[in-house]
Design a protein. Structure first.
Length: 151
């Protein structure tokens, strides 16, 4: 290895914190990436609910308010808080925006061929339709499971 010292200084152009506001493409990109904050909030909220459910006394012969106190606090006081409800609605809108932009991106990012003998691609609307159908199917399954568990 050479022991010659280099006096060359690399050029580091100044970059402002608002570089992304100059181009509408970058604005949409940053807004889409910003929806990850909402996804983090929802994930932490669900993890807290699962943790508090596990703190309940599951060995009790009957479920009472005393045995399920941590989980009931989470449902009534935390999730039932109007501010948390508002945050959850904002997170729902952000997640739907993220899903729509992701589904629009998928046909460009993933090349699905019609068959192995030619290079014709599956049309974009087929890929997007399959993604929307999968999301709708998952939503229906989750809603049916949630409402089936109600008394």
């Amino acid at each position: 290895m050479s022991e010659t010292k280099s006096f060359r200084k690399p050029y580091n152009p100044p970059i402002k914190a608002t570089w992304w506001t100059k181009n509408p493409f970058y604005i949409r990109y940053m807004v889409r990436e910003g929806t990850a904050v909402c996804a983090l909030f929802v994930a932490l909220e669900l993890i807290l609910g699962i943790f508090l459910f596990l703190l309940c006394d599951l060995s009790a012969p009957e479920a009472t308010a005393e045995t399920a106190a941590p989980y009931l606090w989470w449902v009534q006081s935390f999730v039932g808080n109007p501010i948390v409800i508002l945050i959850n609605l904002v997170c729902l809108a952000a997640t739907l925006f993220h899903a729509v932009t992701w589904f629009a991106l998928m046909p460009k990012a993933v090349r699905v061929f019609m068959n192995k003998n030619n290079t014709d691609l599956v049309p974009d609307y087929v890929t997007m339709g399959a993604l929307y159908a999968g999301m709708a199917g998952a939503t229906v399954v989750i809603l049916v499971a949630a409402f089936a568990s109600l008394p």
